[in-house]
Write a protein that binds this ligand. Structure first.
Ligand code: SAM
Length: 224
């Protein structure tokens, strides 16, 4: 099956399960108008994250990788009254677009958007004593291994940690592929493999974003 067919199926399912949403459509339009790369999650993936966050009753969400805030809006909408999402973004220009989109979407008061390298910001969250029910990792794939380790430090027992783009069109199993993001994804799986505190699986996905995948797991209590 070709990529066009995957996109056609996404369009079909989206036509059935996604309602017209001018706010989300406007956020994507703003992202493209501002020249941000088209690497937001797809609408169906955004709703997948939303459903997942609601299913587990997440009140405190951490997102690593904001871009223009498209996935942030989906996640913020999943929060109950008083819930909060902390989202980390390296590029000030991306964060600026995200702030406008979050404001326009009416979710800004639920979002704590911090600008900087996630590996600098994550220790700050620890110092602040922050704890999360749901962590979505979607930034520079080179650092997915340390991001997983940080997620496990910051997530409460029973929390869900989900990581995007862990298949990279199958490149992870191509020994000739030495791209830094692919190597980062392999390091991520190595860390996940040795990690007893994360009960995890991964699913390959196809759709409007091509062939990729999500890793997802639950945080376990530390065992002696
Ligand atoms: C795939 S995009 C995020 C897409 C977003 N989650 C969505 O679906 O709408 C990755 C984002 O991570 C940001 N990023 C890259 N390196 C980072 C780092 N070291 N710390 C924090 N953010 C980073 C990029 O600037 C980019 O905006």
């Amino acid at each position: 099956m070709a990529d066009e067919d995957w996109s056609a199926v996404d369009a079909y399912i989206g036509g059935k399960l996604l309602h017209d949403d001018p706010t989300l459509a406007a956020a994507l339009a703003e992202n493209r108008a501002a020249g941000l790369p088209g690497i937001d999650v797809s609408p169906l993936q955004g709703k997948f994250l939303h459903v997942l966050a609601r299913a587990i009753g997440a009140r405190r969400i951490l997102e690593i990788g904001t871009l223009g805030g498209y996935s942030t809006i989906w996640l913020a909408r999943a929060l109950p009254q008083g819930g909060r999402i902390v989202t980390l973004e390296f590029a000030p220009a991306h964060a600026e677009v995200a702030r406008k989109n979050l404001e326009a979407a009416g979710v800004a008061e639920k979002v704590d958007l911090r600008v900087g390298a996630a590996l600098d910001l994550l220790p700050v969250l620890q110092t602040e004593g922050q704890s999360f029910d749901f962590v979505f990792i979607d930034a520079d794939k080179e650092n997915n291994a340390p991001y997983l380790e940080w997620a496990l430090k910051l997530a409460r027992v029973g929390a869900t940690v989900i990581v995007d783009n862990v298949v990279r069109k199958g490149a992870i199993v191509d020994p000739a592929n030495e791209r830094s993001d692919v190597q980062g994804t392999r390091r991520f799986f190595d860390v996940a493999a040795g990690q007893k505190r994360w009960v995890a699986t991964a699913l390959q996905t196809v759709g409007a974003k091509g062939w990729d995948g999500f890793a997802i797991g639950i945080v376990e209590e530390t065992t002696p």
